[in-house]
Design a protein around this ligand. Structure first.
Ligand code: FRU
Length: 531
């Protein structure tokens, strides 16, 4: 959310403060609300069935993602007082596999320092902070306080960094008594701390988004921080404010490179919010970008993957870098036509670095745990498609929850489209244009679009075929599609709102597409049976 939007949301915000913060709604009431709505969520229009969504009310960024004692924790920006953005709390859920989620009571409530904006969480294994012990290390959340009183007073220093800790696996939280631990130097946008232990420096490193650049801070104890360096004022995309960064190492070609994720709003490749990345080196103090200043790389070219960051503390024995983003866009997030809740997260993804002819790139692919959702496997034999192949009739791919792994040879085709449709003639197209070398998602005919002028659209991403071939891995979940092309080298995520679920799937080819051995799956819901 940029400054303008924060200001324009003020009316909603102030109203919601009155509802959310002064009723003193306690954890028990929240828990009851969660349990009640869980039972009906299977039948609500547009409710995602295998993506994480809040049981009720507003959600934006994923926060505090940390793995601890067999649980993936997911905190999230949450307004428990309504279905639009408002006074931010940290909602909370845990999962053993990133697929099924247990909703927990709200973890962090606003206090006299402000509402609780985005941030991260770590497990302080060596008790560097003294907040826990070696036997029972503290889970420490580091977040941004947004002080709306100071903002309304016209001050610039209303965003500061605060800390809270839990000694019982994130079930209950205490705020640090000397918050905020990092004051604001007079810059309005000063937020979204992502903290990790840095082996090279032998200290904690905080990556912070500051208006149009990143600042790195170092600390031995998570409490006292010293500024290390800045990066990015003249690098990458600058069409909007920088937010929600992440910094982590990944191996490629036997060497370690550092990846810096930076969300930007607006200024994304298909308008509005999106996440760019930089690849380079981090020596414990400075980030050095390998690319030229003008180059911009996008984690996802779709309109609906924002503020994504990675899980901290994933065991070395697992070794994956696990990512999740918010499946919406600030262009219309507050207006999407859902009734009792707003927005969902992307599926969890694994990030990797891959050498490509154009250079080293960050790829993202769905995590293997999602295979648990498959209800049987349907294998498709190699065949030629010229016109339409009805995958629903032919292969019983007839649910609004689908996964497709399609291998297409487009050497003799002009265009290939996967079309999801309903009996009302509404459809969502995922296509590839050979002449334009372009992957696209077209949601212009996909149902409800008039709730916001800028919602309807055809979104594109540059993509080269590999020896004439295109591998498409798709997930359809009622109101969203995620497209992983050529092993996650180009990725697109879009949401849409059909008036009736899409349960028909076709492959439509202009020219000859060779559909090579492929697999498709109907998927199951993660919600309990409706009562
Ligand atoms: C990103 C963002 C963050 C901020 C949070 C507020 O979507 O604007 O920068 O901390 O949302 O909810």
């Amino acid at each position: 959310m940029n400054v303008k939007q924060v200001v324009s949301s003020l009316a909603v915000f102030v109203g919601a403060v009155a509802i959310g913060c002064t009723t003193g709604k306690g954890p028990d009431e929240t828990k009851t609300a969660i349990t009640m709505s869980e039972t009906k969520s299977k039948s609500e229009p547009h409710r995602p069935q295998f993506h994480f969504s809040p049981p009720s009310n507003w959600m934006n960024d994923p926060n505090g993602m940390v793995y601890h004692k067999g649980e993936y924790h997911l905190f999230y920006q949450h307004n428990p007082g309504g279905t639009t953005w408002g006074p931010m709390h940290w909602g909370h859920a845990v999962s053993k596999d990133m697929v099924s989620w247990e909703h927990l009571p709200i973890a962090l409530y606003p206090d006299e320092n402000g509402t609780i904006f985005s941030g991260s969480a770590v497990v302080d294994e060596n008790n560097t902070s003294g907040l826990g012990s070696k036997e029972n290390p503290a889970m420490v959340a580091i977040f941004t306080y947004h002080n709306e009183k100071l903002e309304r007073a016209g001050r610039n220093d209303y965003q500061t960094q605060g800390l809270a800790f839990s000694l019982d696996n994130g079930r209950t939280w205490k705020k640090y008594d000397k918050n905020p631990f990092l004051k604001n130097p007079g810059i309005k946008d000063f937020r979204d701390p992502k903290v990790s232990w840095n082996e090279i420096a032998g200290q904690w490193v905080m990556t912070l988004a500051v208006l149009d650049h990143i600042e790195f801070y170092g600390s031995k104890n998570l409490i006292e921080w010293t500024k290390l360096s800045e990066f990015g004022k003249t690098s990458g995309a600058h069409g909007g404010v920088w937010e929600c960064p992440d910094l982590f190492p990944l191996k490629v070609n036997g060497q370690e490179k550092w990846v810096l994720l930076v969300s930007i709003n607006p200024g994304g490749p298909n308008k509005g919010s999106a996440t760019q990345y930089f690849i380079g080196d981090f020596d414990g103090k400075n980030f050095k970008n390998d690319n030229s200043e003008q180059t911009t790389h996008w984690v996802d070219y779709g309109t609906d993957n924002y503020a994504g960051v990675t899980w901290a503390n994933v065991p070395k024995s697992d070794g994956r870098r696990l990512f999740l983003g918010w499946m919406s866009n600030w262009l219309y997030a507050n207006e999407v036509p859902t009734a009792t809740w707003r927005s969902a997260m992307t599926v969890p993804r694994e990030l990797r670095l891959q050498q490509t002819p154009a250079g080293i790139r960050l790829t993202n692919v769905p995590v293997k745990e999602l295979q648990k959702l498959r209800m049987g496997t349907t294998a498709i034999k190699t065949q030629e498609v010229n016109g339409s192949l009805d995958l629903s009739n032919r292969y019983k791919l007839n649910s609004s929850l689908q996964e497709l792994e399609l291998n297409l040879d487009l050497s003799q085709a002009q265009e290939a489209v996967v079309r999801f449709s309903n009996d009302r003639g509404e459809h969502l197209d995922v296509g590839y244009s050979v002449s334009r070398k372009e992957l696209y998602i077209d949601r212009t005919q996909a149902g409800r679009t008039s709730f916001k002028d800028n919602f309807s659209g055809r979104h594109t991403a540059p993509l080269e075929l590999e020896n004439g071939k295109l591998k498409l891995h798709l997930f359809l979940d009622v109101a969203s599609v995620e497209v992983f092309a050529n092993d996650g080298k180009t990725v697109m995520t879009d949401v849409f709102f059909p008036n009736e679920d899409f349960t028909r799937t076709e492959l439509i080819s202009t020219g000859k597409t060779q559909l090579q051995a492929s697999k498709v799956y109907n998927l199951r819901s993660i919600w309990g049976d409706p009562s």
